[in-house]
Design a protein around this ligand. Structure first.
Ligand SMILES: [Mg+2]
Length: 369
């Protein structure tokens, strides 16, 4: 391990647009592609990798604002670089696209630091657990029964003992189909698999309570994600008070300040945080500590190969979302991705940083900016 200090010498960003393998929708949104904005930060003879799932505009924020902020800064002082980026984005509006851009650069800076020191990122911080439990996530409302069953069987056959499907179809307009799909999913996975649902904020409060009670009573649903809008903290709390399933939310948090009232008001049983949105690894760890201080667990939202290293360092981790779109995209574009063997990811001990690299020839086929 070397303690040579170095400066960031360059930052480059690219946007890739990857079509979904089928039309996809949840309770409140439909999509047919995913944009991945990838950032590389160079310094000390190494290059760090980070990314966010956002809009192409995040690349513009990196190119036109953040690159100039971090270039010349100390490779080892990631929190200082993070703070400088946050301050620089004040007038453009930090939540949303700017926060995603900051997140990608923050992740790349941490990866670079670990590479300069020649250690896996998880060992730079220190592991708190042997592995990162994952849950299979997909089950889109656009899927027919055969597609849903095949996807669920794929996860269970891979040894993943937790699964989640989307409900709340068409802003809660089809609760009967939601319940039928929940019943189908439970029949497919059997009684020994933990079964979760995500309504993406589609239901009204009372509707969520009615559906939630039926799902828990009839099908043993243990996790009810965004039963109502994640902006409705009182509503989340109301659902939580009237359903047995754990209520979870937090994926749209773009700064640690967002999470304080959500956790402090008792709105959730488990907080979800997305390091590609909430300020990278710096932000995710702050949310994890905030949750720990309030006796709440944290779950990593999507981007499984990005979250694995930071998640394995969180003692209060519940699990990580092994999201269909992102596991597929990361497997396609990145070398060194982690298999969900036995239902958990284990960050490698023999590769520095995140242990990942971009397959340039493949990625180039999807490049849109
Ligand atoms: Mg969700």
């Amino acid at each position: 391990m070397s303690a040579e200090r170095a400066a960031v010498t360059s930052v480059r960003a690219a946007a890739y647009t990857i079509p979904t393998d089928q039309p996809e929708a949840d309770g409140t949104l439909a999509w047919d592609s995913t944009v991945m904005v990838v950032v590389h930060v160079a310094g000390g003879g190494h290059e760090g990798l980070g990314w966010t799932y956002c809009a192409q505009a995040a690349k513009t924020v990196v190119d036109e604002k953040l690159a100039g902020v971090v270039t010349g800064g100390d490779v080892f002082s990631v929190p200082a670089q993070h703070e400088a980026m946050v301050r620089a984005c004040r007038n453009m509006g930090r939540p949303g696209i700017a926060a995603c851009a900051i997140s990608a650069v923050d992740v790349a800076l941490w990866d670079l630091k670990a590479r300069c020191l020649g250690v896996p990122l998880a060992d730079l911080w220190g592991r708190a657990r042997p592995d990162v439990p994952v849950y299979g996530s997909g089950g889109f409302t656009t899927y027919d029964d055969e597609t849903t069953a095949a996807q669920l069987e794929g996860w269970v056959n891979a040894g993943i003992p937790r699964v989640k499907i989307k409900i709340g179809e068409s802003w809660g307009a089809r609760p009967e189909r939601d319940l039928a799909r929940v019943g189908l999913a439970r029949r497919v996975v059997g009684d020994d698999v933990e079964f979760y649902v995500d309504a993406n904020g589609a239901y009204t409060r009372k509707q969520a309570i009615r559906v939630g009670r039926q799902m828990t009573d009839a099908h043993g649903v243990e996790w009810f994600e965004e039963p109502v809008s994640s902006d409705d903290l009182a509503g989340l709390r109301e659902v939580r008070d009237h359903c047995d399933a754990d209520v979870a939310a937090g994926e749209y948090g773009y700064s640690v300040e967002y999470f304080a009232p959500m956790i402090g008001s008792g709105a959730v049983d488990c907080i979800q945080a997305d390091a590609t949105r909430c300020g990278g690894f710096t932000g995710w760890q702050a949310v994890g500590h905030l949750a720990a201080a309030n006796g709440v667990q944290i779950s990593g939202h999507c981007a499984p190969n990005l979250h694995a290293h930071v998640a394995v360092c969180a003692a209060n981790l519940r699990h990580l979302e092994y999201f269909h779109d992102h596991s597929r995209i990361e497997g396609l574009l990145l070398e060194g991705t982690l298999p969900p063997e036995g239902g958990a990811l284990v960050p490698a001990t023999d590769r520095p940083g995140l242990g990942l690299s971009v397959r340039d020839a493949v990625a180039e086929q999807y490049r849109t900016a």
